[in-house]
Design a protein. Structure first.
Length: 294
């Protein structure tokens, strides 16, 4: 079953937040941390509180750790520690996926980050495998490109192939979403089909491309040519996306990544997310229906 859920900023009050939005019909929640997991946050306690709230109505699909684990800095060290802590904490949340950025050597070409990527993630991927956990890298460029950037090398198919060559383990894959391909004017569907067996978790985020701007002003001018959208408001056909996921055997969660839509924001944030939730449910064929016995 493909579940439809949403991302939640992970903190001590996450259970209270989930309790408020659970009645809207979210079926899964991905709890995400930025840069580090605070030392004073009791992950076992948080896991129990969250699971008590969701009961049998939803699941925790994954934990997320978003920072730059490849840097030899205090921040990098904290992020590497957070990856390990998240892997070790999955058992408290009943999930088996940790997602996040692959990191990069700041403002270096992506290929120059590969040795460091292998050094950092080889033991983390093995530790995850030993505990029955999958590692999934989000395909966000974080404003970077092939030549320079601050956070993430896992941006496109060329980089993915290099990463999977460096670490070919079966439990390392992608936390995929179409938006991050579309902002680079990449058709996301061929990549979805090609890497389907490596897609462990999906972020529900779309994009709108202003093709008139692309055709007349290009992509390096002052005018915005693309922006992120909540599913149901962007250009992607999620019926096709979910069909490809089903054909590829995907049985995980699509969790809406909110707080990016330029229209459905502020007081309209949850209005947009609930619309996205119902839209994605409809695209998957809505609720499961048991076939009659002949």
């Amino acid at each position: 079953m493909i579940r439809i859920g949403t991302l939640v900023n992970a903190k001590a009050t996450s259970a209270d937040y989930i309790k408020q939005i659970l009645p809207h019909g979210f079926e899964s929640f991905s709890l995400t941390f930025w840069q580090e997991i605070p030392d004073n946050l009791d992950m076992e306690k948080l896991g129990k509180e969250v699971r008590d709230v969701i009961g049998d109505k939803a699941v925790i699909s994954s934990l997320g750790v978003f920072g730059n684990p490849l840097m030899d800095t205090i921040e990098g060290e904290k992020n590497r520690a957070a990856w390990k802590k998240a892997i070790d904490s999955c058992k408290y949340f009943g999930c088996d996926i940790v997602g996040g950025f692959a990191g990069r050597l700041i403002d270096k070409p992506i290929d120059e980050s590969m040795p460091r990527f292998k050094e950092v993630f080889t033991p983390l991927v093995k530790h995850a495998a030993d505990n029955g956990i999958k590692i999934a890298f989000e395909n966000c460029d974080m404003g970077g490109d092939w030549w320079k950037g601050d956070f993430n090398i896992a941006q496109n198919e060329t980089a993915w192939d290099m990463m999977f060559n460096e670490i070919p383990d079966d439990n390392m894959g992608l936390q995929w979403e179409p938006c991050h391909q579309m902002v680079s004017l990449i058709d996301p569907m061929p990549g979805l089909r090609k890497y389907i067996k490596k897609i462990f978790h999906v972020h529900g985020k779309d994009a709108t491309v202003l093709w008139d701007v692309v055709r007349t002003k290009g992509i390096h001018g002052p005018e915005t040519f693309v922006f992120h959208r909540t599913p149901g408001f962007g250009d992607s056909n999620w019926t096709d996306i979910i069909s490809e996921l089903r054909l590829g055997g995907f049985e995980g969660s699509i969790d809406i990544e909110g707080w990016h839509d330029p229209v459905y924001k502020g007081e309209l944030e949850m209005t947009g997310q609930v619309h996205g939730l119902n839209y994605l449910k409809n695209c998957r064929g809505n609720d499961f229906v048991i076939n009659p016995v002949e």
